[in-house]
Design a protein around this ligand. Sequence first.
Ligand code: TYD
Ligand code: MG
Length: 256
Amino acid sequence: MCKVSVIMTSYNKPNYVGRSIESVLNQSFEDFELIIMDDNSNVETLCRIVSYLGDERVKLFRSNVKTIEERASVNRYAAQINKALEIAKGEYISYITDDNVYMENRLETMVNYLDDHPKSNICYSASQVLKFSEKGMLVSHYIRRAKKVEWKAPCAVDHCSVMHRASILSIVKKRWGSYWDVDPAFYVIGDARFFYRLNYFWPFYPIDQVLDVNYVTEISFHTQLESKEKSDFVKLLPKQRSCKELRDALTKLKGV
Ligand code: TYD
Ligand code: MG
């Protein structure tokens, strides 16, 4: 057992993944496991990750996905997170991607919040968002605030700003047959889809402090999507479902 399982998805970000891992290993709160779900990255990325395996809290799992057809046929990060959730030992679950960075007190602050609020199942924090262009220039930056008890988390909150109790997962799986939805129609908004499932039952409680930095880099999936020239991978994806649809469904369901 450990207090927190931090789940990191990783795919081909050799220049960023080390910074993300270090931001977890440097946390003021130390009782965690870091489960790195690498989706068969290139050797350069793998070497970066392997250099942190000396810390016994770090656990690396690697998929054997090979073709882009396989990558586009299911939401890969959702599938990888689902595998991690099956083996996670923590009382609390926290997510990070291979390009985002936790502030040093992120785990401590969120663990204290959930420990102090036994009736709250999910908390979220403010986040600093930094967006870079395809050429690597900073094009926008803003703070995503966390001010209210959130019944419509899809596209209002990023999964790197969330911690939830592991105990709620069985309820999600019982209702939908899986934790995260691997439907590739939600590739662009996989976390929003998961949050719909969470908000179906529970609200997200706010901690209005910036506890992570969300980098949208020159190689991020969202940058690829916005690029005029669509990559082969993007071309293979089915028509994407929308935030609006999820948020409208929650409005109907919860009257919010
Ligand atoms: P990322 O490129 O960071 O997208 P965003 O624009 O949302 O920031 O990708 C998000 C996560 O998805 C990242 O941690 C890696 C993971 N991922 C896989 O695990 N497998 C894949 O095939 C792809 C494309 C992404
Ligand atoms: Mg990213």
